[in-house]
Design a protein around this ligand. Structure first.
Ligand SMILES: [Zn+2]
Length: 308
């Protein structure tokens, strides 16, 4: 079993989270970057990360799909909330642009770009990596990222042109592979063309994947992303796991954000939802286990980096 990191998951949209995350651990997942889509989703994502410290790390964002419902002052409210919680956020995301005509009908390209620029500015101010949705807007998104002076970014589930991909790589940014790398032509080409030191794995769960029969994804399906990348690259899965996990550790600065052993009993944690209650022993142990697994993955990654 390999140590894997799901770098883009919508955990706030999943049910039966306890058993879903147990499955993820059983498949070797040592960390999950949980992305938020709007105010409610960001709150839920924060709560989930507090319940699973050192395992679920929250990114806070505003998805372009949510912009149709919002005016400029509401967008500012979303920004303010994120800034108030910025110390907890491992990244800003999911943010981005979506030029699909159904999306543009509800939120113009101009409005989308204006909003993205604001979030990139926030990311730059606090030196946070960004997790980007860029469907049919690859060049504009890259331009805005570079204009904002962003140092760390992942273009998630990238399906864009090779010319833009080349500039993403040259800019030092990352691309992540979903389970669609098993069958989706543009995504497969992008994965093939991305060097191993710029590639991450993700599920974007609970997205439905598959040609013909579709399945609703969960973090455990990261092994499909892993298998597809290994096949496309002609590498064994162990090598792909090692590279992609190391890349995620570097991009999200994971060694610096492992929760303190007492994180489980800080406010918000489920064992203290009732302020008079005692610490939940089981949760404290779980939290300690999560830390141990991640620390081990990090030390292996650091060792393998030294060897190269
Ligand atoms: Zn997503």
């Amino acid at each position: 079993m390999y140590s894997l990191i799901d770098t883009h998951a919508h955990l706030d949209e999943l049910q039966n989270l306890d058993s879903t995350l147990d499955n993820a651990r059983e498949r070797g997942i040592v960390a999950i970057i949980a992305v938020g889509s709007d105010y409610r989703s960001n709150i839920k994502t924060l709560e989930i990360s507090q319940k699973y410290p050192s395992f679920v790390f929250p990114a806070l964002g505003l998805h372009p799909w949510q912009l149709g419902e919002l005016n400029s002052s509401q967008v500012n409210g979303e920004l303010e909330f994120i800034e108030q919680n910025i110390t907890q956020a491992i990244a800003i995301g999911e943010i981005g642009l979506d030029y699909d005509k159904r999306v543009v009908k509800r939120a113009s390209k101009e409005f989308q770009k204006e909003v993205l620029a604001l979030f990139l500015e926030l990311a730059r101010k606090y030196d946070k990596p960004v997790s980007l949705h860029t469907r049919y807007a690859w060049r504009d998104a890259l331009q805005l990222v570079q204009d904002a002076g962003i140092a760390k970014a992942v273009f998630h589930w990238f399906t864009g042109f090779s010319s833009v991909l080349r500039d993403i790589i040259n800019g030092g940014y990352y691309v992540s592979a979903t389970p669609a790398a098993e069958y989706h032509e543009e995504h497969r080409r992008a994965v093939k063309e991305t060097p191993m030191d710029k590639l991450l794995l993700e599920t974007d769960c609970p997205v439905y994947y598959g040609r013909g029969t579709k399945y609703r994804s969960a973090p455990a399906d990261i092994t499909r992303s892993l298998g597809a990348v290994a096949q496309l690259k002609g590498l064994d899965e162990a090598a792909v796991a090692e590279h992609t996990t190391r890349n995620a550790i570097v991009l999200f600065s994971l060694p610096g954000v492992i929760a303190s052993p007492h994180r489980h009993c800080e406010p918000f944690a489920s064992c203290h939802s009732d302020p008079d209650s005692e610490c939940n022993e089981e949760e404290r142990e779980e939290s300690q286990d999560a830390q141990d697994r991640l620390r081990e993955a990090i030390s292996i990654a650091v060792e393998s980096q030294k060897e190269e």
